[in-house]
Design a protein around this ligand. Structure first.
Ligand code: ATP
Length: 370
């Protein structure tokens, strides 16, 4: 249903049945996953699901209890952290306060075996890549938060690692700067061709920067796919609910033609119609997941909608570009519908207690078994 691996892509990292236990506790549970060369990969999931543990195993700070992790075809278990072509950038940036921007970037190179004149060239290249040329002589306290973040990035990339691990890299930046920096990160990732793996609590951030996203729960990967695929075709109620806003309607399925199902739900009078490539048998319990922006709201029953249900407006949230309506349906279920505020709303189109129709097409929702 969701492609786990793309045969055309070359894996840089392979987790092969990796389990990590801390005492009796299983932090990573028999996890198999490929991360491709040159991709920007995001790990998403609730606190404690094992994201940091995966990063720490890649960096070499933890070893798997079972299974193998490969980097470019080699088992990395015998390779100590400082010999891995892997670098990790922390949220705190950990810049040296007494060293200039230039020296912060050069620091790791000086400790390696790079010739002196090559170090100068490499630092210059990194300063250019991160647009920090003008700030080379300044100390970390003499530059802005966003610039400090770029110094940390330049320093992490200076030794040209194959893999860069980013743990909440933008956590210290305010919302506006964070957005701008996301695009910069994407640009730098593309220019260097380094594989980036990011851990972030901000799902919008993951969806923005990543080419693929893994949604995790309790040490397992539940779904891995492109952001669009994860959003439009979640493989479970867990993923649908974790990414973005969603309405879940429980019911039982009845096949009514090719990839079409009638769903009996709380309102027995009006079964819903859903399209699904995933097969369901007659009477099988199912969950219909429909995103709020795919549900239209109108005063009259729309003539040609696959699904139209009458309800009552309970709540309205005006969010500037859109408004979200909470509509109570006959069975007592509350469904969120969104309308774009493309014109100036001087007067609300609908108000509390209004009777309205919500409608959506058969293909707007995703039918899920659990
Ligand atoms: P967060 O988003 O909060 O950072 P996470 O997804 O990164 O969470 P991990 O830090 O990987 O989660 O932790 C996964 C689980 O393993 C947690 O339940 C954590 O308590 C446990 N854990 C992690 N490190 C250790 C350790 N050294 N000893 C015991 N348990 C640990």
């Amino acid at each position: 249903f969701a492609p786990w691996n793309d045969p055309d892509e070359k894996p840089l990292i392979r987790f092969k049945s990796v389990t990590k236990k801390f005492g009796d506790f299983t932090a990573i549970d028999d996890l198999t996953l490929d991360i491709y060369e040159k991709e920007f990969f995001a790990l998403l999931g609730p606190s404690g699901c094992g994201k940091t543990t995966m990063m720490r195993m890649l960096a070499g700070f933890e070893a798997p209890t079972r299974g193998v992790i490969e980097l470019a075809g080699q088992d990395i278990a015998p390779v100590p952290p400082n010999k891995r072509a892997v670098n990790m950038m922390f949220q705190s940036y950990a810049l040296f306060p007494h060293l200039s921007v230039y020296e912060n970037i050069a620091f790791g190179l000086r400790r390696g075996d790079m010739p002196k004149h090559d170090i100068g060239d490499r630092v210059a290249e990194m300063l250019k890549l991160t647009r920090l040329e003008k700030f080379a002589a300044r100390k970390p306290h003499q530059i802005s938060g966003g610039q400090r973040q770029r110094v940390a990035l330049a320093r992490s990339l200076a030794k040209a690692p194959k893999l860069l691990l980013l743990d909440e890299p933008l956590g210290a930046l305010d919302a506006k700067l964070r957005q701008a920096t996301q695009f910069e990160l994407m640009d730098i990732q593309e220019k260097t061709g380094t594989t980036f793996v990011i851990v972030t609590h901000d799902q919008e951030e993951a969806m923005t920067v990543a080419s693929r996203v893994a949604v995790m729960d309790e040490g397992r990967v539940i779904q891995v796919a492109t952001p669009e695929h994860i959003y439009e075709m979640p493989n479970s109620v867990y993923v649908a609910d974790f990414i973005g806003d969603v309405n879940i309607i429980e019911g039982t399925a009845k096949p009514v033609g090719s990839e079409r199902y009638e769903i009996s739900w709380a309102d027995n009078k009006a079964p819903l119609i859903a399209a699904s490539e995933r097969p369901f048998s007659e009477g099988q319990n199912c969950h219909l997941a429909v995103r709020p922006e795919k549900i239209a709201i109108s005063a009259e029953r729309p003539a040609d909608a696959d699904n139209a249900v009458e309800g009552k407006v309970l709540d309205i949230a005006y969010l500037g570009n859109i408004s979200t309506y909470h509509v109570e349906l006959p069975g007592g279920q509350i469904v969120k519908a969104q309308a774009a505020n493309t014109r100036r709303v001087s007067r609300r189109t609908f108000t509390w207690e209004d009777t309205v129709w919500i409608s959506w097409t058969a293909t707007a929702g995703v039918l899920l078994p659990q």
